[in-house]
Design a protein around this ligand. Structure first.
Ligand code: CA2
Length: 149
């Protein structure tokens, strides 16, 4: 069977991971998180690619492209756009690609404005608060979901 294809999307400022504010977001860099995901994808027989952008439109364009690429599932940490972006919500809904929302921090333990997500009710699931492990948990969960559809 052809491996399922997963796209991992990282939103604004996540390129700074491991470089600034380790207290909130941990010491792992984005490259290290992508490497962990790649190793897990190999173990689960998944194809995987990743993309980070500091621009809402860049993320929207990448989601559009995922449809032509026939991506099977998306793991997304929309970062601050989680709380604001109707454009990302519309793009994900239009794509019809199942997605899991991920956060490094427990957003519910933080400021009230981080408690609202524009995407969560459309997601397969949400993982938050486990640092870099949130991503690997999300990939495992998405894989199970796609295999059991
Ligand atoms: O906990 C998460 O993963 C967040 O998506 C991170 C976003 C934040 O706006 C969300 O509410 C929760 C912020 C990402 C900023 O990443 C940085 C990394 C290193 C240094 C500074 C910012």
């Amino acid at each position: 069977m052809k491996p399922l294809q997963i796209l991992v999307l990282h939103g604004p400022n996540l390129n700074l991971l491991g470089i600034r504010e380790p207290g909130h977001y941990g010491v792992a860099t984005l490259a290290e998180i992508n490497q962990q995901l790649s190793e897990l994808a190999d173990a689960l027989n998944l194809g995987i690619s990743n993309y980070q952008s500091n621009h809402e439109g860049g993320l929207v364009d990448r989601i559009h492209h995922a449809v032509t690429e026939k991506i099977d599932g998306i793991v997304i940490n929309p970062a601050a756009y989680t709380h604001t972006s109707i454009a990302l919500r519309d793009a994900l809904l239009a794509s019809n690609i199942p997605f899991v929302e991920v956060h490094l921090s427990n957003v519910h333990k933080r400021e009230a404005f981080r408690h609202k997500s524009m995407l969560a009710d459309a997601a397969v699931g949400v993982v938050a608060g486990f640092g870099a492990t949130s991503y690997t948990m999300a990939l495992r969960g998405l894989n199970e979901h796609l295999l059991n559809r």
